[in-house]
Design a protein around this ligand. Structure first.
Ligand code: FES
Ligand SMILES: [Fe+2]
Length: 387
């Protein structure tokens, strides 16, 4: 039997045969521990660099009930702060726009774009209070124009956390840093709710064993048996070639202009990135738990600033409609069904299929996820109750 293509994985880290116990998908205490001690402590996708491109541009957003904003300073640096006033807790900015100072709408404390307090009626500069009351800084990192934050301010920089990821993204999509968000129309950048645990959704994302049975259009378009998974520290990469057919039930391909390989990444714990074959496009998704059996999937779609050929925009619109209305719905139904299965009394955990020679039917990337998750859970999550 050939060796598995596990790169950079600690010996023995991925050897368990049973999948994660159902408890980890059902227990509200596990979800709370994940929110506080896993998602808060890891890199969370926020927005694209072009959302704050000029000095003074700010962009506010919420991740797992916590409010933040990113701002570009007069020096051109990107900074992130908690979107909460240190005086009494009012939110500082709404939406996005451009400001030379941040003025709180409640009592008008005013902050520089570097987070320093610049003005507050009734406070004396000489008392030292101006130095004490700064905005709360949040760690920010930029991977090929994609902005991530680490709310816990503890994570290693992304290039250390996921060595090689940025190079892979740029090799697959050299223009990525110059792509722009595609927020036009309901089919593009979107958020949807799935009535399943966030890990059920990632488990499903991390294998294409189900593609032949559950995604008939995708299976018609893609050469699934030729797909390959590669595992790396804290991330995975999947490459899936198309069958090089112009007409497909999913969406048409232009064999002269389009990318004819699907490229998909996952970043531990809850981020996916990738590009479907077809016209140039790229997406980043963040999976936010709303409870043990409920998840919000936020997706930002990106596109080239200018279409690559005359029909590109229309082909990408069809690709996006299919992604949103067909394949995402097929996956949602699978995940909601599995979540119900997690609660069935006879079911304690599942089993991996990890054929090292046939990545098209292998769940080795999912097992990699579970290995990393188990290492975290050992110190941070409530254990299953054994009978
Ligand atoms: S809460 Fe912001 S100035 Fe009072
Ligand atoms: Fe799927």
């Amino acid at each position: 039997m050939k060796a598995e293509i596990v790169s950079g994985i600690a010996e023995g880290q991925d050897r368990q045969e049973g999948t994660l116990e159902a408890h980890y998908y059902l227990d509200p205490a596990v979800t709370e521990a994940e929110k506080r001690h896993l998602l808060h402590e890891t890199w969370q996708f926020a927005c694209h660099e072009s959302d704050a491109s000029a000095p003074g541009d700010f962009y506010s957003f919420t991740i797992q009930d916590q409010d933040y904003f990113i701002v570009r300073t007069q020096d051109g640096e990107l900074r992130c702060f908690a979107n909460v006033c240190p005086h009494r807790g009012h939110r500082l900015v709404e939406g996005h726009g451009n400001k030379s100072r941040i003025t709180c709408p409640y009592h008008a404390w005013t902050f520089g774009l570097d987070g320093a307090l610049r003005g507050a009626r009734g406070l004396s500069r000489r008392s030292g209070d101006f130095d004490r009351f700064k905005l709360i800084p949040i760690a920010l990192d930029n991977l090929a124009g994609l902005l991530f934050i680490n709310p816990g301010n503890n994570a290693a920089p992304l290039r250390e956390y996921a060595p090689g990821l940025e190079g892979q993204l740029l090799r697959a999509c050299p223009e990525l840093a110059r792509y722009v968000p595609n927020r036009e129309g309901a089919e593009f950048g979107h958020t949807y709710i799935c009535e399943s645990n966030w890990k059920v959704m990632l488990d499903n994302y991390l294998e294409c064993y189900h593609c032949q049975t559950a995604h008939p259009d995708f299976n018609e378009m893609m050469a699934i048996p030729d797909s390959r998974f590669s595992l790396f520290p804290n991330f995975t990469y999947q490459e899936a070639p198309t069958k090089r057919k112009a007409d497909n039930r999913a969406f048409p391909l232009d064999l002269d202009h389009d990318v004819l390989v699907g490229t998909f990444w996952w970043l531990f714990p809850n981020i996916t990135l990738g590009r479907f074959p077809g016209t140039q496009n790229f997406y980043v998704s963040r999976f936010d738990p709303l409870g043990p059996g409920r998840t919000s999937r936020y997706t930002l779609s990106l596109k080239p600033a200018r279409p690559t050929d005359a029909g590109a925009e229309e082909r990408d619109r069809l690709r996006s409609v299919w992604t949103t209305k067909v394949v995402s719905q097929e996956d949602r139904a699978l995940c909601e069904n599995v979540q119900r299965g997690m609660a069935q009394r006879g079911f304690q955990h599942g089993w991996y299929v990890t054929d090292p020679e046939d990545h098209g039917i292998s769940e080795l990337a999912m097992r990699h996820f579970h290995g990393l998750y188990r290492a975290w859970a050992a110190d941070h999550a409530p254990r299953p109750v054994t009978a």
